[in-house]
Design a protein. Sequence first.
Lengths: 609, 187
Amino acid sequence: MSNEATLHSQDLLHHGTVEHGHGNGHNGHDHHHEETFISKYVFSMDHKMIAKQFLITGIIWAIIGAFFSVLFRLQLGYPDATFPWLESILGHWAEGGRITAEAYYALVTMHGTILVFFVLTAGLSGTFSNLLIPLQVGARDMASPFMNMLSYWFFFLASVLMMSSLFVQTGPASGGWTAYPPLSALGDASIGSKIGMDLWLMSMAIFVVSSLLGSLNYISTILNMRTKGMSMTKMPLTIWAFFFTAVLGVLSFPVLLSGFVLLLFDRHGGTSFYLSELFVQGKILPNEGGSAILYQHLFWFLGHPEVYIIILPAMGIVSEVLAVNSRKPIFGYLAMVGSIFAITILAFLVWAHHMFVTGLNPFLGAFFVLLTLLIAVPSAIKVFNWITTIWRGNIRFTPASLFSIGFVSTFISGGLTGIWLGNSSIDIHLHDTYFVIAHFHIVMGVSAFFGMFAGIYHWFPKLYGRYMNQTLGFIHFWITLIGAYLIFWPMHYEGMAGMPRRYFDYSNWTSFSQFGGLNQFISFVVIIVFATQLLFVFNFFYSIFKGRKLTTPNPWEATTLEWTTPIHPGHGNWPGEIPEVHRWAYDYSKDGKDFIPQTVPVSADESSH
Amino acid sequence: MITMSAQKNKIHPHKYSMWIAMASITMMFIGFTSAYIVKRSQANWQSFELPSIFWVSTALILLSSGTIHMALRQFKARNMGSYKQLITLTALLGVAFMVCQVIGFSDMKNHGLSLDSTVSASFIYVIVGAHVLHVLGGVIALLILFARAFRTRVKTYSAVPIEVASTYWHFVDGLWIYLLIFLSLAR
């Protein structure tokens, strides 16, 4: 009940009016503003609509980012072939039907930036934190719906800037998604270091603001706006995961911002934070006393937590989806929470493992090796718990549950190679090779995408009141799973053979020419998998309008609060009072009952969890 | 029905958000100052005295913390007249603080320490400049409160906005003290 009082006072804060008082507590949503098209679909303050905005913007970015990977895979797989249609879409960037080296670097950089930040941070955490936090903790909306709206529109502005950088004459940033100086700090260093880099930095700075506004809201909503009875330990694991994701974001993104500010001053203020003793195009630069490594420290202090910002929401979603579809309580709930917490702490203590070969003191490196390998412990606990959750479960194979199981698979196979790379001595050989690409794409890229797909398939009925097509979902899953392994597994071998990443053309090296056929094969699979993702996109948009309609508010027979709302919940989520919570979120197959919703009181002869 | 007493025991979500935002801002300045420490231990580091006007600005911002604290008490006592005076005074002190910082910048520049002269000077400009921007944010918040206090159509007597603003104000004050001590000691 206290949430209503909170929201009530909030409306006072934002509008300064008392005309729509729902302070009388039991008639939440019908007293909200009359909604116009603008206030409902554009500048919406409803967390559910903001979630849809994040999701659809993320989908658009994902298509663009993935298409870029198809383009540069064409170059890698068929370095001698020409594709005249490339020239018609890329113009002088693909003269004669073969992309130029500059275009290749721009595509690689944009692929990384888009996927890491715009899709797997904003699109994943932005979507599901917004959708599920108020619904699953039992709140009418976020702590500050206005800030939540700003969070999306800052993201939108960042998107516009990043998108516009694709169309400037000198092209977008092309120094890698990490934007290391001096390439990113000197406009003359390369064609992609000019206006494209400025737009990149501005876009990313605004993106950080968007992320911070969102995270602030997530944290204060989870800590302050839970419904009666929803103690922290009764929260679904999704909420725990979103909570720690937000904590990571709030504490690490500002450090990245400070790094970007210094970089901007180096670019335009004539300062030398990162620059020292440089020659560019035969000219000696006046800059002295800077250190490029300093940027790497600041960048990776965010950069490493960032991979957990990406993977933790996926972990939370998978935990929830697996429990629901196995009809079993999640195994080791507190161990799950504890390991998310441990990962969050360790995330801040391992950034230098990205910098083993920058001249880092080997003695210091040893500590980072130890801390890095320690992450294997909570990760292994989580994997064990997922497997024991589905073990002997009454598994329902839906696209969501399949993607969750796929997540566990890719998380294991990608996580194991993390143990290799976390060792500084092995890293000397493997760093900056295709082994690294294989590792992080499987453990972070593919896994997070699987978590996102699981979430979309699972909560699509809540988002749109319809189901997605299951058959298309199954096709989508199997081709994506097999395709992902076919794409990334061979890259391990290329990496072990020393094949470096970020090269435009390998055909001049006899040592790597043996991989010509393999690269061709990978590129071929990439095209198939990309086409399959378009099938998913079709399924998504088709189902919004034509999908099978929901007949019950709780289609998956789940225990959590979001399924106690109507099929099409209004702004305020529950038409009546917010339900009270009496039990944890995982009472499946208890006492002969298939599931017991969180709102059902614990009966006298039953032990509360 | 609502039991407002139960609500009172709970910290208001906006206040909570402000605390998290402050943690976030702190992390940004930790980023700056740790970069400063890393650079300082490397070659070519030139140290110099901070502009003396920074001590004046310190006095101003400390004073403004006092005035906003009194403003909050006056608001709670419903002395709206003196509340308005005090937040105006606080905002003016904030502006005076910013002016002093800018004078400090021009002072440095007159001594040959421009933004692009040496890394240590660049750091002062960036760190102190970033702090000034945060003070500016506080001044804008006070102006909004000020406008609200004069609004006649709707009166709100919730102390939450002014409490949030004063928490933030004390925070930028404390942040400046930290930066001043840091920059004076780690030269």
